[in-house]
Design a protein around this ligand. Structure first.
Ligand code: NDP
Length: 501
């Protein structure tokens, strides 16, 4: 046993837990009060290359890919069982790293388990497809094979949940992978990789690299030995990764951000709509890719809706993981808090009206943490930076519309296309609007729910590809066409030797 603290041996390469090659470490601090959560290894470029080698050797050995679908599904079901066994411990780890309330982390872990269970079932349904080519001598078959070595790169807001959307289908498909969580939230990824080994995955299938994106993450996107990169994170990083992967023509899937319209018509159930609008933007302090950050409200109900949202926002109780009364928590970091503040400042400079919040919390209980007050900005227009770009904080912008067409036009007036919601008692109108909105998920008279069975992903700059559902598994599969001629014959195209013209 090395003299290093066990948490510093937190890189997993070929089934071996080890420290960074140069001994570097990173201190993970609580967003709630800055206290030390743990110290983990900070991977070097060499560590990332070693993890790629391990995954490549593992995949090329063909061992895991040659397991039957049923065997791999059993492994994934066993991972779900072990996650269930450790659910409480994992929720505490997630809550400590992210600063989110324990109950939110518990919901996240329950969702993670259901994702593994879903893919453990779905993998059993994958089968070859026979193609009728209109010739009895030909057997034509479409098969599914693992895409290969995958780099799975995730964000800090839902660390384990976002990892599960990638890891579960990768395992079912028979891929080998390198998981790189956010440098800020490594704990649950460590736990997950331990569980995957305990469940019986061959060494080299599941590798873990922790550390900064520019150092530990970048090689995963550049190395020719990686076949597929699945990335969830911000637009700027997504573009960088797309450029890096283009050099070696990798398959990629990108889950990027959103500026998600929350449209409320005057005929909606306003109590439900207002309550959901508050949850949609202030849950997890707005650090949610699908947060309803753009309120589009019909003119006749603007004052009632907005005044009630402001009243509710002012009453939100912010607190740390251990505060049982907390309804929402801190932002992830000082840098992020400052970024959210800059977005609010820019909106005010561009003419928005601040109705509440807009600054770091001055509550003494929040003095050592990164708490930003729930914020409502009225009088916004689509031209404003805060309406177009993700602040990724508890900031609601309010815009007014007069007609259905204008609601749709405003809702689509963003480079993003991740999610949105429509509230109306008129089902036909709501359905028309839902179809016209260019976003990957639309909720009608609801906000936020998703299920592992249904695809998740974005139109436009919100990403490429889909996670969850059958499409989420197919991202990890290559399709192969096998054409077998049962009655071989010359092609007859070119003249045979000695044949006259
Ligand atoms: P980032 O884009 O900053 O980072 C995401 C991950 O990419 C991190 O692990 C990061 O490492 C890594 N990374 C950074 N640079 C590189 C690089 N050059 N090469 C390889 N990896 C790199 O996103 P955040 O972590 O800030 O997460 C917030 C963003 O994620 C928001 O924009 C949000 O909308 C989006 N998101 C989208 C979801 C969706 O389903 N569409 C779901 C959840 C979040 P490091 O930790 O060092 O920064």
């Amino acid at each position: 046993m090395s003299s290093l603290n066990a948490t510093e041996q937190s890189l997993c390469v070929n089934g071996v837990w080890r420290a960074a090659s140069d001994g570097s470490t990173r201190k993970i601090r609580s967003p709630h009060d800055g206290s030390l959560v743990k110290t983990v290894a900070e991977a070097t470029v060499e560590d990332s290359l070693a993890a790629i080698s391990a995954a490549r050797v593992s995949f090329d050995s063909g061992v895991f890919a040659s397991w039957s679908w049923a065997q791999r599904c059993q492994l994934v079901a066993r991972v779900a069982d072990l996650l269930e066994r450790d659910a409480d411990e994992i929720a505490h780890e997630e809550s400590a790293d992210t600063g989110k309330r324990l109950i939110e982390a518990q919901y996240d872990v329950a969702d993670v388990i259901s994702v593994f269970r879903y893919y453990a079932r779905l993998g059993l349904e994958v089968s070859d497809r026979q193609v009728d080519v209109g010739d009895d001598r030909i057997q034509s078959r479409i098969t599914h094979e693992p895409v290969g070595v995958c780099a799975l790169i995730g964000p800090w807001n839902y660390p384990l949940l976002q990892a599960s959307w990638k890891v579960a289908p990768a395992l079912v498909a028979g891929c080998s992978f390198i998981l790189k969580p956010s440098e800020l939230t490594p704990s649950t990824a460590i736990h997950l990789i331990k569980i995957i080994h305990e469940a019986g995955a061959p060494y080299g299938v599941a590798n873990l690299i922790l550390g900064a994106g520019a150092v530990a993450g970048a090689p995963l996107t550049q190395d020719p030995r990686v076949d597929f990169v699945s990335f969830t994170g911000g637009l700027v990083t997504g573009k960088r990764i797309m450029a890096a992967t283009s050099e070696t023509v990798k398959k990629i899937a990108l889950e990027l951000g959103g500026k998600n319209p929350h449209i409320i018509f005057a005929d909606a159930d306003l109590d439900a709509a207002i309550d959901n609008a508050v949850t949609a933007v202030f849950l997890h302090s707005g650090q949610v890719c699908s947060a309803g950050t753009r309120l589009l409200v019909e003119r006749s109900i603007h004052d009632r809706v907005v005044s009630e949202i402001v009243r509710r926002a002012k009453a939100i109780h912010m607190g740390g993981p251990a505060d049982p009364a907390a309804e929402t928590g801190p932002l992830i970091s000082k840098a992020h808090l400052e970024k959210v503040g800059r977005y609010v400042d820019s909106a005010l400079a561009e003419g928005a009206k601040l109705l509440t919040g807009g600054k770091r919390s001055t509550d003494t209980a929040h003095a050592s943490g990164w708490y930003f007050e729930p914020t409502v900005l009225d009088g916004c227009t689509t031209k404003m930076t805060c309406v177009q770009e993700e602040s990724f904080g508890p900031v609601l912008t309010v815009e007014i519309f007069d007609t259905e067409a204008e609601a749709v036009s405003l809702g689509n007036d963003t480079i993003y296309g991740l999610a949105g919601a429509v509230w109306s008692a008129d089902r036909e109108k709501a359905d028309r609007v839902a179809r016209a909105l260019r976003h990957g998920t639309i909720w009608v008279n609801d906000f936020g729910p998703y299920r592992p069975q249904a695809e998740w992903g974005g139109f436009k700059a919100s990403g490429i590809g889909r996670e969850l559902g059958p499409s989420g598994l197919h991202e990890y599969l290559e399709i192969k066409h096998i054409w077998t001629n049962t009655s071989p014959a010359p092609s007859g195209w070119f003249r045979q030797q000695g044949e006259n013209t």
